[in-house]
Design a protein around this ligand. Structure first.
Ligand code: S3P
Length: 166
């Protein structure tokens, strides 16, 4: 099956997927969507509520169905949640669905960009830095499995990352 014409951004929380995705879409005159926002709109609740009430597995099911629907639409820029690569089904959807960019950053940067945020249930733990390290160890090979390109966002402005991708 040929690759469809989506541009998909994957990577850990704090890599800048949403910010860069929005800028990139504007630059390319394409629509922009973010799996987390689509899930929240469909559910009528925010991510912490979904994790609380339905658990992570409930959220992951919603994530897979949002991703499949978004990829079935016309070409656009898509930002995805950091855990999108966990399910083999999602990885296969991503590989077929478009050109995938893996946005990376150092642990220090990821901590800096996410530390004030209370909207990421997986980081509401005693040691968010350690959690970020564990998530990256688990997920980095999975991001690389689906990625066509790897882009480092460390200490760079969103604008310069967008220029790289374009
Ligand atoms: C998650 C990342 C979040 C969101 C949810 C779970 C993860 O998205 O989907 O809190 O498992 O890494 P961002 O990567 O946009 O923060």
């Amino acid at each position: 099956m040929p690759k469809s014409d989506h541009i998909v951004l994957v990577g850990p929380m704090g890599a800048g997927k949403s910010t860069i995705g929005r800028l990139l879409a504007a630059n390319l005159h394409l629509p922009f969507q973010d799996t987390d926002r689509v899930i929240e709109e469909r559910t009528g609740a925010d991510i912490p509520w979904i994790f609380d009430v339905e658990g992570e597995e409930g959220f992951r099911q919603r994530e897979t169905s949002a991703l499949a629907d978004m990829l079935s639409e016309g070409g656009q820029v898509l930002a995805t949640g950091g855990g999108i690569v966990l399910k083999p089904e999602n990885r296969s959807l991503l590989q077929k669905g478009g050109v995938v960019f893996y946005l990376t950053a150092s642990v220090a940067q990821l901590v800096e960009r996410t530390c004030k945020d209370k909207k990421r249930p997986l980081l509401q733990v005693d040691d968010p830095r350690q959690k970020i390290i564990e998530l990256i160890e688990q997920r980095d090979p999975l991001y690389r499995e689906v990625a066509d390109h790897v882009v480092n966002t460390d200490r760079r402005s969103p604008k310069s990352v967008v220029q790289d991708i374009v």
